[in-house]
Design a protein around this ligand. Structure first.
Ligand code: 9D3
Length: 253
């Protein structure tokens, strides 16, 4: 997989190489990430990449030409990026999610464009951008963090990037349901006790407890997720138990 990123802060994305499983995947060459600074692809000595908005208003707009030049450089320097789709990080974009991550992980590569300032000249978007992607409904100062988020989410789906492939496939399950609670040693601490069942060694009951917790938490915190999946009979039973126990809890009325 090859990822190219167009950004005014290339050093920022380049940091990904130093940390965690994604860093290892990059160092081992399971994926490549190359950052490109549009300031390096300007004609003028001024290295200007932005200008004031036509029609007036606050802030600056990124010009199309330096971005288009950068993209041309990527396509000619990297044979493998010849036909990579161009994804613009944008608050106007489609919300990024695990389905997007899976789709991108199955592709040979893509180009991420990070905007700064008020926005990007619409002509660049119309001519070169295949999709616009948002990190969610919050105002950020640019597309770099969303781009890093995408690289992280995609990289960990690639073969061999996560040491234990079981965690990757379990993740696609937990993309549909929220996770159950986790505990580790010690079994008793000043902050409380670990639920007895987790110490019981009865793996079937533990699995059942975890699935019930996952369903219950999803019902409490993200009921929208339950609307979009079909529960098995076993899951329906577990969720009904959770709801009954929750309703019987002191203070729940
Ligand atoms: C306060 C500025 N806004 C005026 C209505 C518009 C605006 C312009 C540029 C808001 C944010 C940005 C910069 N953000 C991104 O480039 C961005 C982003 C985001 O802000 N939120 C969620 N996902 C993304 S992806 C790229």
């Amino acid at each position: 997989m090859r990822i190219d990123a167009i950004t005014l802060f290339p050093e920022w994305l380049d940091q990904l190489e130093h940390y965690g499983v994604v860093g290892r995947g990059l160092r081992e060459g399971r994926l490549s990430l190359t950052s490109w600074n549009p300031r390096d692809y300007t004609d003028s000595a001024s290295r200007r990449i932005d200008d004031r908005p036509y029609g007036g208003g606050p802030g600056m707009v990124m010009q199309s030409a330096p971005l288009a030049q950068t993209l041309a450089e990527i396509r000619s320097a990297q044979a493998a990026a010849q036909s990579s789709p161009v994804l613009l990080m944008s608050p106007q974009g489609e919300r990024f999610d695990q389905r997007w991550a899976e789709r991108l992980a199955a592709s040979p590569g893509f180009v991420l464009v990070c905007g700064r300032y008020e926005g990007i000249d619409q002509r660049f978007i119309d001519r070169y951008v295949d999709a616009e992607i948002s990190a969610g409904d919050m105002v950020l100062s640019g597309g770099e963090l969303p781009a890093m988020m995408i690289v992280d989410a995609v990289a960990r789906l690639l073969d061999g990037v996560l040491g234990d492939q079981r965690s990757a496939s379990q993740d696609s399950f937990s993309a549909e349901l929220l996770d159950h609670p986790h505990y580790t040693r010690p079994p008793h601490s000043q902050d409380g006790a670990v639920p007895d069942i987790l110490l019981s060694g009865d793996h079937a009951r533990i699995e059942r407890w975890r699935e019930k917790q996952a369903l219950g938490r999803t019902w409490l915190r993200r009921p929208d997720l339950l609307d979009s999946i079909e529960l098995t009979d076993r899951q329906e039973t577990l969720l009904a138990e959770f709801i009954a126990e929750y309703g019987a809890m002191p203070g729940s009325a």
